[in-house]
Design a binder for this molecule. Structure first.
Ligand SMILES: NC(=O)NCCC(=O)O
Length: 406
């Protein structure tokens, strides 16, 4: 079987294919692919998600600057009392351009130069809300545990925010900007923060990452604190949005809390590598969208980032100078279990989707997850669990002959 790129299998490709979707599409007969698609990507209002044609000025930017661009449309059923509430949403995934030894100011500028044409393409496509990847303004250096990378941290209204504020004003676009934040008013402490910039360039608010990873090379507590902002939902001109930053996607209660606060779209800006999490990636976001009757926009960076000095993770494996491959694969999941194909596994990309927000309530009415949830039962268990004298509720088979108390 030959990959779509023939002999030159790009690094990060799946046997030469940009994504699992492309691999299946190229190798299955059309009728088989249709069935596989129906099961893997689901149906939206009874049909596969439709692709949207984007304006020429957007697609020409993708050709000129060599980034993947794809667009889809999630529909909802027609209602009698409400008009459709369609919002156009974009996700950007990108690699880092300069070596990690370059001057930090140059590294930051190179990233901005790289994502600018992608944001312009989103603007040209009429995107209303755009989200960037986790800590987009720096290399993902947290694996190194070297303190020098803290220099990349910026105040909420710093250089990266100002760069995006101009673009949000230009394109009348809400932009979610995940950065490494330097909190000047609280002893210059550092947080992993999403800044929500309104469509007039105003800062609506921030959310700080709730859960810090402690897995493999992802030992990020060396750099930033556990978030103290709870589960805010930001009511923007285009809908109610929230941000669940990266590792928070492994925590179902974290997803739930954004839903309880009324989110209609939850973004999951991430940085994660193939060996660690790729089989989990398409499942967790999709499950969250289903369980909480909202849309999820999942974003992961792309490429392999090599650092000047070797590091280990205390797992007995040899010291190494990179995390592994960030596998991109950004995608949208809908509350009705439908899902877009993923962006490329190795190229920069812009994924756009029209989301009819009416679908959230329609799915709540259909499946009644909120009404069947039994929150009081879980609240009671959690309350007892947090007490020091907690005893797990385990009923032992008497035939095991175990003593009542161990
Ligand atoms: N950045 C981050 O939280 N990565 C953790 C790895 C993962 O959750 O897959």
């Amino acid at each position: 079987m030959e990959g779509e790129n023939g002999e030159n299998k790009a690094e990060g490709s799946i046997q030469g294919y940009e994504s699992l979707h492309r691999l299946l599409e190229s190798n299955l007969k059309p009728e088989l692919f249709k069935e596989v698609n129906r099961i893997i990507l689901g149906l939206n209002c009874g049909s596969p998600l439709e692709r949207i044609t984007l304006p020429e000025n957007a697609t020409s930017l993708s050709s000129k600057f060599n980034f993947d661009i794809q667009a889809f449309s999630f529909k909802a059923d027609k209602e009698m009392l409400r008009e459709p509430r369609v919002v156009r949403v974009g996700l950007i995934q990108n690699s880092i351009s300069l070596p990690k030894t370059a001057h930090y100011a140059d590294q930051k500028k190179a990233i901005m130069d790289k994502i600018k044409p992608m944001i312009d393409a989103a603007g040209a496509s009429g995107v209303n809300i755009l989200c960037l990847q986790e800590a987009w303004m720096m290399p993902f250096a947290f694996c190194t545990r070297e303190k020098k990378w803290c220099e990349f941290a910026e105040p909420v209204d710093g250089e990266s925010t100002q760069f995006l504020q101009d673009l949000s004003r230009k394109y009348n676009m809400v932009i979610v900007s995940p950065i490494l934040e330097r909190d000047l008013k609280h002893g210059e402490t550092i947080w992993n923060t999403a800044v929500v910039i309104g469509n007039h360039g105003n800062i609506i608010g921030i959310h700080r990452k709730n859960h810090i990873p402690r897995v493999g090379d992802f030992n990020e507590s060396t750099y930033y604190m556990e978030g103290n902002t709870g589960h805010p939902v930001f009511e923007t001109a285009y809908g109610k949005i929230a941000i669940n930053i990266c590792y928070g996607r492994h925590h179902p209660l974290n997803w739930m809390a954004f839903g309880l606060n009324g989110a209609e779209i939850v973004f999951n800006p991430s940085a994660t590598v193939g060996e660690l999490s790729e089989p989990m990636w398409p499942i967790e976001a999709r499950n969250a969208a289903i369980a909480n009757s909202y849309y999820v926009g999942s974003i992961n960076r792309v490429g392999t980032e090599t650092f000047p000095n070797p590091f280990t993770s205390g797992d007995g494996k040899p010291a190494h100078m990179d995390f592994g491959h960030f596998y991109g694969s950004s995608h949208f999941s809908g509350p009705d279990s439908s899902c877009t194909p993923s962006l490329s596994r190795y190229r920069d990309g812009l994924l756009i989707s029209d989301l009819d927000l009416n679908l959230c309530r329609q799915i709540k009415d259909k499946w009644a997850f909120r009404m069947t949830a039994r929150y009081e039962m879980y609240a009671d268990l959690l309350k007892r669990y947090l007490e020091s004298g907690f005893e797990p509720q385990v009923i032992v088979d008497p035939a095991l002959g175990k003593p009542e108390h161990r």
